[in-house]
Design a protein around this ligand. Structure first.
Ligand SMILES: C[S@@+](CC[C@H](N)C(=O)[O-])C[C@H]1O[C@@H](n2cnc3c(N)ncnc32)[C@H](O)[C@@H]1O
Length: 264
């Protein structure tokens, strides 16, 4: 059995390959994660470049570190995601929530992988990264996507927005090249049942765990690179205040358009 790298206040970190740890876990209430996208380019050859070269805006000067597992082609990305999603599915309770980050290039393969792993695919959330996102001629690549589903029934009466708008972390707040904002993960953690454990098998510097801690939830993170486990543990050890992310109104509180007013 893997010994935790960090274990405080209901938050546990394992340093290792998630395939070695997943089979030791059970009873998960949710899997929320941002796996290496194996993306970052228009062409096959672009995928195998270093993560720093792929994911830093042209002309930006940074001293950030590489991360692992980001150079599979589309077919092997599908196979690899299906395998870890199946292992996570086995460790999850009936009704558990699963949410995976992806970008526009890997969106089709990610929805296939979720279903191949045994989850019921139920929709796509949108992270609007604002106009501060990576510029691109014609339409700015301003969004990333959250492919979500459940292990069987979708039995939680939580009504959350389908789109969240917040910029990527910048400057000293950014410890990992692919780090997500805490508010964004707070939105997804709010879609899990209270009292249940959230797993992030590709935790990076632990943003999912920080959001879970802020919301008073239990969480487990797994990360293959020790330097990121160390950074995550430091973030978690800092004192935190609880926060309430935005909730959408329940359907009965929404005034629906009449049929003749509804847009087609
Ligand atoms: C996209 S990053 C996650 C960033 C995270 N959302 C954050 O805000 O810090 C994916 C992480 O997965 C890690 N990783 C890659 N393969 C792994 C594996 N097999 N098991 C565990 N972690 C892995 C990488 O080292 C990387 O830090």
């Amino acid at each position: 059995v893997t010994t935790p790298y960090y274990d405080e206040d209901g938050i546990t970190i394992y340093h290792g390959n998630c395939f070695d740890v997943l089979h030791e876990l059970s009873d998960l209430g949710a899997v929320i994660t941002d796996p290496p996208y194996s993306s970052g380019g228009q062409f096959r050859g672009d995928r195998v470049r270093s993560t720093v070269a792929k994911y830093v805006q042209t002309g930006t000067i940074v001293a950030r570190q590489e991360f692992s597992g980001d150079n599979r082609d589309a077919r092997s990305y599908l196979a690899w995601c299906s395998l870890w999603l199946a292992a996570a599915h086995k460790a999850a309770q009936t009704g558990a929530f699963c949410a995976l980050f992806t970008d526009w290039r890997q969106l089709p393969v990610t929805t296939d992988a979720m279903q191949a792993g045994g989850w019921v695919w139920r929709g796509i959330g949108v992270w609007d990264k604002t106009e501060a996102a990576r510029p691109q001629a014609r339409l700015c690549a301003q969004s990333e996507y959250i492919v979500w589903g459940t292990n069987g029934p979708n039995d939680l009466a939580a009504y959350l927005p389908g789109v969240v708008r917040c910029p990527s972390p910048r400057g000293d707040d950014k410890l990992h090249i692919a780090q997500k904002p805490v508010d964004l993960l707070g939105w997804l953690v709010s879609a899990c049942k209270e009292g249940e454990t959230v797993l992030d098998p590709f935790m990076g510097v632990g943003t999912t765990l920080v959001a879970a801690k802020l919301l008073g939830r239990r969480a487990i993170g797994i990360e293959i690179e020790e330097r990121y486990c160390e950074m995550a543990a430091k973030r978690l050890a800092q004192s935190v205040l609880r926060f309430e992310p935005t909730r959408a109104p329940a359907p009965e509180q929404i005034e629906m358009p009449r049929d003749d007013e509804a847009a087609s």
